[in-house]
Design a protein around this ligand. Structure first.
Ligand code: P6P
Length: 331
């Protein structure tokens, strides 16, 4: 059987050819980043670049190199008007924006603190469109994303993307380097017994999050009447891929320590693309109170609370947030 390549899959879709060109450029950038990551030790790229990014985080050398690959490879896409990168404070305009031109939002190397310990990292991207000729507004809500995806640099290099019709996974063939369809129509299992959260932040958590995690930890003797498992890989891409594959819920909620900053994860190039993927796969994505894709951004690097994954667990968490909010407002 002839395996379906990314090119065949995209050309069989109803996508605008210019969007297909862009998605193929993104795939090329991810393939190049995979090589940089796997050869990082040989090229002295694993360490810190001793530079702080807009996020106030010390950049890894590979953070910068990955960003450069996205810029170098994607900037030639014929209708790409602007790049919005986690690693760059300002929006990079490539051309005078015309209605329908593409806007590329990306986190070039997410989870890069895992590099030095040889654990999975990834790239995350989302594509939206210029709304009218000359319009330089890039602060569009996630519902306007025309496609979103991620690359996972794990035991294999995978590209997972959605064009708003389904979620599709491709694996990079180790010898030929092309992405081949391996995971058609990915769906988040509705039920799960696995949650992902950084439990070391327990002391900062609000009541609803503590309630949810306490109930999971209570297991068979608690209200959930079953055992739960916990995972935390410090790489959002790896967590989301696991959830897409076997279910689960991922939490990086607002807490007393990050609330002033808006949360930990960034809306435009982490939460929004993952929310689109998870919703397209039958799951849900919330801040605890609001669907992430409905948030009206206030800046390109805005942070946001993130709860996403299996629908039943996200629903439970939003119920707990709303119940707590109601009881607090009555006091
Ligand atoms: P913590 C990586 O820095 C990241 O943005 C996500 O990929 C990951 O889920 C989270 O932050 C890890 O956060 O608190 O474990 O360092």
């Amino acid at each position: 059987m002839t395996e379906t390549t990314l090119r065949r899959h995209l050309t069989q879709s109803a996508l605008d050819p210019n969007l297909i060109f862009l998605l193929e450029d993104i795939a090329s950038a991810c393939r190049s980043i995979a090589s940089l990551v796997r050869n990082g030790a040989f090229e002295g790229n694993l360490g810190s670049a001793n530079v702080e990014n807009i996020q106030g985080e010390t950049q890894k050398t590979l953070d910068i190199l990955a960003n450069d690959e996205f810029e170098r490879i994607c900037s030639n896409s014929p209708r790409l008007a602007a790049l919005i990168s986690e690693e760059v404070e300002e929006v990079t305009w490539l051309k005078e924006p015309k209605a329908g031109d593409y806007l590329l939002y990306f986190d070039p190397l997410d989870g890069s603190s895992n590099l030095d310990v040889n654990l999975s990292v990834g790239s995350i991207f989302a594509v939206m469109q210029v709304q009218s000729d000359g319009d330089r507004n890039v602060l569009l809500e996630g519902r306007r994303q025309v496609c979103a995806g991620y690359a996972l640099y794990g035991p294999s290099t995978m590209l997972v993307l959605t064009d708003g019709t389904q979620v599709t996974g491709f694996t990079c063939h180790n010898s030929t380097g092309d992405f081949r369809l391996t995971h058609p129509n990915m769906k988040v299992p509705a039920e799960t017994s696995e949650f992902a959260v950084n439990t070391s932040r327990y002391r900062y958590w609000d009541t609803p999050v503590r309630r949810y995690v306490d109930e999971c930890v209570a297991g068979e003797t608690g209200v959930r009447k079953r055992a739960f498992n916990m995972r935390w890989t410090a790489s959002m891409v790896a967590e989301i891929h696991r959830i897409l594959t076997r279910g689960g819920v991922f939490l990086y909620p607002a807490d007393s320590n990050n609330r002033k900053a808006g949360g930990k994860l960034r809306l435009m190039y982490e939460a929004n693309p993952m929310a689109m993927i998870i919703e397209q796969a039958g799951g849900a994505a919330s801040t605890g109170f609001t669907s992430i894709l409905d948030i009206q951004p206030n800046g390109p690097h805005q942070r946001i609370p993130v709860i996403l994954g299996s629908q039943s667990e996200v629903d439970r968490l939003t119920d707990y947030h709303n119940a707590n909010h109601s009881s607090e407002t009555k006091e």
